[in-house]
Design a protein around this ligand. Structure first.
Ligand SMILES: Cc1ncc(COP(=O)(O)O)c(C=O)c1O
Length: 402
């Protein structure tokens, strides 16, 4: 019999892999995937990035191939500080470079949460944050939301009841719902956090991807909030996820703890990537690139929002995001989107079933659809296939779904 490693209790029984499941499409030719939060690779600024890597290897190769400090390359930290300072005044030493915001979430969990500590999250929340918080043995408690994000009264009540170490929020074009917290709600949330003295982890990988006007400033920018917020940014959604770079903006002792944890986990983010990206950001106009990408993503948002209206059964609810990457659907009617996914894949389309985006009590009738990966014609084809899957599934789940 094969040796069975003595795994942590977390991995007892069947090991669910909701993140891995999002990559199903990569191995399934012909499948139209709305599953992963994948930027359209055809829109990457690939040639200037290649030139930046070439330049760094040609002119700074020894540094690019060497170990570096855990805080990150000073040049990249400086560019990051300048970008964050558009909203929150930030010095270079207030930036910790990370390998994407995913690592930032994990490092944050490592330095803030003892096993058993509570972290409050939105209901629903970003699924790989759930995975990261679970990995450190934290207890996640979901706080109710509406179209404007987390409800301030519910947040205050949850803080009083659970005494959390921190609150994790994605206020702009949230994953998975696509919703954005309006400025008044941000102020109300900040007021609750200031009154109760609870720390905020503000995850903001999508803030620069607004389609319908300016994105409200991060909560970290509100009076009194900078010192109690870890603000996470990523280059994945606006440049390329393959470079695996992002940063945390923070101040005080927490930054030192993050750097020490980063050293223990990965030592540093790849020096070559950091130097090349710093070079790119210094010599190219990332904002102009993002503007061009936003135009394309807006068309796709429109295509998916309009198409979904025709496809979904009456009684289903769908968000209309003002930016970011995702539409969020609640089918209701007793449908389990895990079963629907199996049917959908047979029809040649995939989405992310909603269950894994909930810290507690999942709504199994929910699903997330990414509109950015595919051009409008492919979105239309994918939605036709989804309609066929829904029609087939309605036979299996006749209750309440027209
Ligand atoms: C809310 C949120 N945070 C963090 C991440 C992680 O992104 P990355 O590690 O590529 O920066 C994602 C990716 O989908 C996300 O949606």
């Amino acid at each position: 019999m094969a040796f069975d490693f003595p795994l942590r209790d977390l991995y007892a029984g069947e090991i669910a892999d909701p993140v891995g499941d999002l990559f199903l499409a990569l191995n399934t030719p012909g499948l139209v995937s709305f599953a992963g939060g994948m930027p359209d690779a055809a829109l990457f600024d690939a040639e200037p990035l290649r030139a930046a890597f070439d330049h760094v290897l040609a002119h700074d190769g020894r540094r690019a191939l060497q170990y570096g400090t855990s805080e990150g390359d000073p040049g990249l930290r400086a560019v990051a500080a300048a970008r964050v300072s558009r909203h929150v005044p930030t010095t270079v030493d207030q930036i910790q470079i990370t390998s994407g915001s995913q690592e930032a979430i994990y490092l944050t969990a490592l330095v803030l949460l003892n096993p058993g500590d509570v972290i409050l999250v939105e209901e629903p929340t970003y699924l790989a944050a759930v995975q990261a918080f679970a990995l450190v043995g934290a207890r996640m408690v979901g706080v109710p939301t509406d179209d404007g994000g987390v409800l301030p009264d519910a947040l205050a009540a949850a803080i009083a009841e659970h005494r959390p170490r921190a609150v994790y929020l994605v206020p702009s074009y949230q994953n998975p719902t696509g919703r954005t917290m309006p400025p008044e709600r941000r102020r109300a949330v900040a007021e609750v956090l200031l009154r109760t003295g609870v720390a905020l982890v503000e995850d903001d990988p999508y803030g620069e991807l607004g389609f319908d006007g300016p994105t409200p400033a991060p909560i970290a920018a509100l009076d009194g909030m900078a010192e109690r917020t870890l603000l996470l940014n990523s280059l994945s959604k606006v440049m390329a996820p393959g470079v695996r770079l992002g940063w945390v903006r923070g101040q005080g002792r927490v930054l030192k703890a993050l750097t020490v944890a980063k050293g223990a986990v990965t030592m540093q983010s790849p020096a070559l990537n950091q130097l090349a990206v710093a070079h790119y950001l210094t010599h190219h106009d990332l904002d102009a690139h993002i503007d061009a990408v936003r135009v394309r993503y807006r068309e796709r948002r429109d295509a998916m929002a309009a198409g979904l209206r025709d496809v979904l059964p009456s009684g289903a609810e769908v968000t209309r995001p003002e930016g970011g990457m995702f539409c969020w659907v609640r089918l209701g009617g007793g449908i389990d989107t895990r079963a629907l996914l199996a049917t959908a894949v047979r029809h040649g389309v995939a989405f992310a079933p909603g269950w894994s985006f909930f810290a507690n009590d999942p709504d199994l009738s929910t699903m997330r659809l990414s509109f950015v990966t595919n051009p409008p014609e492919t979105i239309a084809e994918g939605l036709r296939r989804l309609a066929a899957a829904l029609a087939e599934q309605a036979v299996a789940y006749p209750v309440g779904v027209a």
